[in-house]
Design a protein around this ligand. Structure first.
Ligand SMILES: NC(=O)c1ccc[n+]([C@@H]2O[C@H](COP(=O)([O-])OP(=O)(O)OC[C@H]3O[C@@H](n4cnc5c(N)ncnc54)[C@H](O)[C@@H]3O)[C@@H](O)[C@H]2O)c1
Ligand SMILES: [Fe+2]
Length: 246
């Protein structure tokens, strides 16, 4: 499509799942060398998150060490424009203000929260997700379900985020099994459900499933959705037992 439209492009794909500081830094160098004007982020959360970090560092070069972006980074300028095209139905990175980078040296994943990183356009097309094998569909779908449940149960939840997260739980609950079977209605439901909770949890935060999943991802390179799926039932039981005491 880009060729047909006469738009020049270069592909940068040195991005591993649970993307690293090095993936970001070589991406920044590739962006500079290409003299590009914008980024089209095609892929799962790892590709979109790496694009966000690259885009933010290009316009805020004082953060080129990447580590200093952790938490709420005091960046001054919006990222270079990012057009996000998710190919998994899980992270909703195309619509959130977060990105997650792995510090291989320190064996930890860190979350960056920055309104300057939001893509200017999100192309959420279930067909882009239909090439996912069953295991990846299930894992990324459980990430989305975890976002919705944690976004609903976190103390930061409020009426607007409940609106997104409750609807997302409903849509994901009826769609995930069909998505794993690669049925079009299942793929469509998951594309929508993960996006809905993205607009929810991006405005209220998540919970302890995610904080522990990031540890697993950093230490064992566990795929993010798998880590969430392992931890979610135990945390839900714990929260139900102690909800009156915290
Ligand atoms: N930004 C956010 O708000 C946010 C939220 C949750 C998770 N995350 C982060 O996102 C990352 C996980 O992203 P993910 O779960 O989307 O997986 P991913 O991006 O790591 O991709 C996993 C694997 O699936 C492959 N893949 C992607 N799309 C495919 C398709 N359509 N068909 C076949 N293979 C495909 C990738 O090449 C990769 O090998 C983690 O680092 C996690 O911490 C970010
Ligand atoms: Fe997640």
């Amino acid at each position: 499509m880009l060729d047909e439209a006469g738009l020049a492009y270069e592909i940068y794909s040195n991005i591993k799942p649970n993307p690293t500081i090095e993936n970001v830094q070589t991406g920044v160098a590739a962006f500079k060398a290409s003299e590009a004007d914008y980024i089209i982020a095609i892929g799962g959360g790892s590709s979109m998150d790496t694009s966000k970090a690259i885009g933010v560092i290009i316009t805020n070069p004082e953060f080129e060490d990447v580590r200093s972006l952790e938490g709420v980074a005091p960046t001054k300028n919006p990222s270079v424009p990012i057009i996000a095209v998710p190919t998994t139905a899980g992270t909703a990175a195309e619509v959130t203000i977060n990105y997650v980078i792995t510090d291989v040296e320190k064996k930890r994943k860190f979350v960056c929260v920055d309104t300057h990183d939001i893509p200017v356009v999100a192309v959420v097309d279930p067909e882009m997700m239909s090439s996912m094998p069953k295991g990846l569909t299930a894992a990324t779908g459980m990430d989305a379900l975890t976002h919705a449940i944690e976004g609903y149960t976190t103390k930061g939840a409020w009426e607007m985020t409940d609106m997104f997260n409750l609807k997302a739980i409903e849509v994901i609950a009826r769609s995930l099994r069909d998505a794993v079977e690669n049925k079009p209605e299942g793929r469509e439901g998951m594309a929508l459900g993960q996006y809905l909770t993205g607009m929810g949890f991006s405005n209220c935060g998540l919970g302890i499933v995610h904080s522990m999943a990031h540890g697993l991802g950093a230490l064992y390179d566990t795929p993010h959705g798998v880590a969430n799926a392992i931890i979610l039932p135990t945390v839900m039981e714990y929260n139900a037992l102690y909800r009156d005491q915290v």
